[in-house]
Design a binder for this molecule. Structure first.
Ligand code: NI
Length: 152
């Protein structure tokens, strides 16, 4: 186990920066993903994105069907019009719970640890976790979603 320290804070520039696509699934990327999975397990999270451990590349771990999976260069290529609301937390924003609207179903394309292209249709919790992690890769945090019921 080599858990890494988690980067925290809604205004932390590391969490807001652009994250670069990974040109190739190298040994270093695999090691990063293993360490990220260890960090997520230690903190009892359901997902973790590379910027959360201080590395600005487009890779994340998401718990899908109760198993931690590595998603490299994930792209959400389809979202259902149907949205669901649920509370989310984030390892980078300790103590914060935000009700976030998410598409109930998505299609996500990514590379797996073997560098093989994968395409999956996900729903409900699985879809929510992946949307949360892809948000991280776009520099978006749950604190950016206005609380439901507030008016401006
Ligand atoms: Ni998060």
């Amino acid at each position: 186990m080599s858990p890494l320290p988690i980067v925290t804070g809604a205004d932390n520039p590391i969490l807001r920066r652009k994250n670069e696509r990974v040109p190739k699934v190298t040994k270093e990327i695999k090691k990063l993903l293993r360490d990220m999975a260890d960090s997520m397990t230690k903190e009892e999270g359901a997902g973790i994105a590379a910027p959360q451990v201080g590395v600005n590349v487009r890779v994340c771990i998401a718990v899908i069907d109760e198993k931690a999976r590595a998603l490299i260069n994930p792209d959400i290529t389809w979202k259902s019009d149907e949205l669901t609301l649920d509370e989310e937390g984030c390892l980078s924003l300790p103590g914060l719970q935000v009700t976030v609207p998410r598409a109930r179903e998505i299609t996500v394309k990514y590379l797996d640890l073997q560098g093989k292209e994968q395409e999956r249709r996900l729903a409900d919790f699985n879809a929510r976790v992946v949307q949360h992690e892809v948000d991280h890769l776009d520099g978006v945090l749950i604190s950016d979603y206005a609380p439901v019921g507030t008016t401006t």
